[in-house]
Write a protein that binds this ligand. Structure first.
Ligand SMILES: Nc1ncnc2c1ncn2[C@@H]1O[C@H](COP(=O)(O)OP(=O)(O)OP(=O)(O)O)[C@@H](O)[C@H]1O
Ligand SMILES: O=P(O)(O)OC[C@H]1O[C@H](OP(=O)(O)OP(=O)(O)O)[C@H](O)[C@@H]1O
Ligand SMILES: [Mg+2]
Length: 296
């Protein structure tokens, strides 16, 4: 099974670190090499441009692809389950949570385009012509679409276009170019995409489970402590854990203090407050550790 992965750009490093954390270590290769093996002999990597990855998966050059939803939507149909998929659709299997951005319609701040309807008969410049045409159809506005390959934000200022559809995340680029958002076209983030015919492959399911376990571990910590058996209910009340905590007898509890060991997964943001509350109900020897993966 082959996974297409961004070879450069902002999605390259986070994608490799996700593969690493998921246990799919990518073998060292010379820079920009097209293919790489992973520690799993059944899984290999194809490095490609983020924008080409959807096409590689649709065509069968790869079985799975990791790239932005914006790129997948630009290249054709995207569905969220196999039951609704046509042969050349991509199935959006999993939101990997990074590369979050929004494709927006934007126009000069002090111009005459204030609503999408004002675009009738005007021109929109974009690197995403298909997504833009679909959007204009959806809102029933008849405008021309011109395709550019970069620096889209400049086009309204050089009379090439009246508005743009482009990526924004912090909004800095739009602001610097004195452009105001008129409408949201597509909310995007990096996803794991599959061809419909491979979705039920056990290897694909194994990859999905591995990625899910990394996402589940994100922002969570593992707490271990000793607690007086008599106050276990209070300890359980304090731990806002995933389900109930695990409670174990302490082997070395010879002097009969009635101590138990308590383990629990907690949200990272709750750890700070939880520790003082645990101490207050008699817990001691509290350990906080990172979780690499969590299969729920
Ligand atoms: N400012 C941003 N914030 C978050 N995600 C972004 C941003 N810009 C782009 N992306 C996401 O990353 C994807 C690839 O963009 P990026 O610019 O990294 O790749 P590239 O264009 O192939 O690389 P380069 O711009 O270096 O040639 C986009 O399709 C989008 O999903
Ligand atoms: O809202 P912001 O945080 O300013 O981000 C938006 C900008 O980020 C991307 O450009 P990128 O940095 O990838 O440069 P590029 O145009 O060379 O791809 C995108 O094309 C926007 O121009
Ligand atoms: Mg870019």
């Amino acid at each position: 099974m082959r996974i297409a992965v961004p070879n450069k750009g902002r999605l390259h490093d986070p994608t490799l670190s996700l593969l690493e954390r998921a246990g799919l270590h990518v073998e060292e290769t010379a820079d920009r090499q097209l293919y790489a093996d992973t520690v799993d002999p059944d899984v290999s990597i194809l490095f490609a441009r983020a924008a080409d990855i959807p096409e590689y998966v649709r065509d069968g050059a790869a079985d799975l692809g990791i790239t932005g939803l914006d790129q997948a939507a630009e290249s054709g149909g995207v569905v969220s389950s196999t039951s609704e998929a046509a042969d050349d659709d991509l199935v959006d299997l999993l939101d990997l949570g990074y590369g979050s951005c929004t494709l927006v319609l934007a126009a000069p701040e002090d111009g005459d385009i204030e609503r999408v309807e004002d675009l009738a008969g005007r021109t929109v410049a974009t690197e995403f012509p298909n997504v833009t045409r679909n959007y204009l159809d959806r809102v029933r506005v008849d405008a021309d679409v011109v395709t550019v390959t970069g620096a889209t934000e400049l086009t309204p200022h050089v009379d090439m276009a009246d508005a743009i559809v482009d990526i924004t995340s912090t909004g800095t680029t739009l602001k610097v170019n004195r452009l105001a958002v008129i409408d949201e076209v597509l909310a995007s983030s990096v996803r794991l995409f599959a061809r419909p015919d491979v979705v039920d492959d056990p290897k694909v399911e194994q990859v999905v489970t591995a990625f899910e376990s990394v996402l589940a571990a994100d922002g969570r910590r593992y707490l271990m402590m000793n607690a007086p058996k008599a106050r276990l209910d209070e300890v359980k009340d304090v731990i806002p854990g995933l389900g109930g905590p695990t409670v174990m007898n302490v082997e070395a509890d010879e002097n009969g203090n009635g101590m138990v060991a308590v383990h629990a997964v907690v949200e990272e943001r709750d750890v700070f407050a939880t520790i003082s509350e645990l101490k207050a109900v008699g817990a001691s020897g509290i350990l906080v550790t990172e979780i690499e993966r969590l299969v729920e």
